[in-house]
Ligand binder design. Structure first.
Ligand code: SAH
Ligand code: SF4
Length: 400
């Protein structure tokens, strides 16, 4: 069933309602059945045609023949003490990616900054950054609702081609792009694992992979995730994190009118340092990236999130904080500082607490909203890509 989908490129789960309407007619049903099928898949998370009870039996049988079924299954689920869940998702060809469910923490549960920074040996990874995107921006409906909003962090590629020095996915390299149906299916299976009393609040594309390197599949996934007849997320509730592929940032801005949230993995404020940590900077240096951010059609009152992973001895001095403050001047941003989570394949690590606080102080004094990101899911979560890469052999790397 799955191999047929891959071979034929049908990607049934990637279809929009109008495509399902045409397909339903082609398969002998009526066009309104198409909308029903779309709703079963995306609003209710049911991908087995035999469970689509209001679809005529003959059409259900045709959908089985066409190969409609699941393209992603949960191979492992790990739950942390703070209820963050890391899911290892198995794709049709045996490739694994990870997705993380991060319930909004009650403020009383937040660890103190000291606890955060003293715990330098954990490996909380992208969950920190993912939870951080907008959790200080409590939407009004959240107060009204008794349900706990959960941020889901999803992957867009198996591995990553960008080769960032501090990142497990980067060290492993790109295995392949994910298809749209695979990207969306992570949200379908993740949503099925929500606890009673939780609801899906945000989706952040901050898992394995560089979403803008897989632009077409990612953009289509965004259309599906935000479709009102399906999962129905508001575009405001979806954030793409990118290492800075400038032409694709422009394309995203144009295709979605700037409505999709943007998080930029900056990690350095000068080209030399950034190119050392993030090879993509050689292709799109800071001046180009900054211009791309200025040109992004950001709606009023919204800000770009700047992610800055602090790596001891590489990008963490007060001088670098000052440089960052100068670089970001005039841009509508908030800054998230993430002490690096150690990864197996690298000797790099986070700075000591004093360094993290001093870095933050410089940015706060310069007038920025600057947050140190707490670690979520300490006891289960691994740095970006680590869970999915368990057992994978990292390439040997030398860090300057
Ligand atoms: N490729 C995209 C999205 C996935 S990475 C990007 O780079 O933005 C999501 C975030 O996790 C990025 O900001 C990345 O820099 C950060 N990250 C990766 N490995 C990390 C680590 N070991 N410690 C801290 N942050 C890490
Ligand atoms: Fe890829 Fe992002 Fe990791 Fe860099 S930080 S290697 S772009 S996943």
């Amino acid at each position: 069933m799955k191999s047929r989908q891959i071979e034929s490129g049908l990607e049934l789960i990637a279809r929009l309602p109008e495509q399902w309407a045409a397909e339903a007619t082609r398969l002998g049903g009526r066009s309104f059945h198409g909308k029903q099928i779309f709703r079963w898949i995306h609003a209710r998370g049911v991908v087995d045609p035999l469970e689509m009870t209001d679809v005529p039996a003959a059409l259900r049988a045709r959908l089985v023949e066409e190969g409609l079924g699941s393209v992603a299954t949960i191979a492992r689920e790990q739950r942390a003490a703070d209820n963050t869940r890391k899911l290892l998702v198995s794709l049709g060809d045996g490739a694994n990616v990870e997705t993380v469910l991060i319930p909004r923490a009650k403020s009383a549960e937040l660890p103190s900054p000291v606890a955060l920074a003293n715990d330098a040996n954990d490996n909380a990874g992208d969950a920190d950054a993912a939870a951080a995107v907008d959790d200080e921006e409590q939407a009004p409906e959240d107060e009204a609702s008794a349900l706990i909003p959960v941020t889901q962090c999803i992957s867009t590629q198996v591995g990553c081609a960008m080769g960032c020095a501090f990142c497990a996915s980067g060290v492993a390299g790109l295995k392949r792009h994910m298809r749209t149906d695979e990207i969306v299916s992570q949200v379908l299976v993740g949503r099925s694992r929500l606890d009673p009393g939780e609801r899906l609040g945000n989706v952040v594309l901050m898992g394995m992979g560089e979403p803008l390197h897989n632009y077409d599949a990612t953009a289509r996934a965004l259309r599906l995730l935000t479709h009102p007849d399906g999962i129905g997320l508001s575009t405001r509730k979806v954030t793409i994190s990118t290492s800075g592929l400038v032409p694709e940032i422009a394309r995203l801005g144009k295709d979605f009118g700037g409505q999709i949230g943007l998080a930029i993995s900056l990690h350095a404020a000068d080209d030399e340092t950034r190119s050392r940590l993030m090879p993509i900077n050689k292709k799109y240096p800071l001046a180009e990236l900054m211009k791309g951010l200025r040109d992004y059609p950001l709606p009023r009152r919204r800000r770009i999130t700047i992610e800055y992973t602090l790596v001891a001895g590489k990008n963490d001095t007060a001088e670098e904080a000052n440089k960052l403050a100068r670089l970001l001047r005039e841009l509508p941003v908030k800054v998230n500082l993430i002490p690096m989570n150690p990864i197996a394949a690298s000797a790099l690590g986070p700075p000591a607490l004093e360094g993290v606080l001093a870095f933050q102080r410089v940015l706060c004094d310069a007038g920025y909203s600057c947050f140190i990101r707490r670690r979520r899911g300490d006891d289960v979560a691994a740095a970006c890509g680590q869970l999915a890469l368990c057992g994978a052999k990292p390439k040997v790397r030398v860090h300057r």
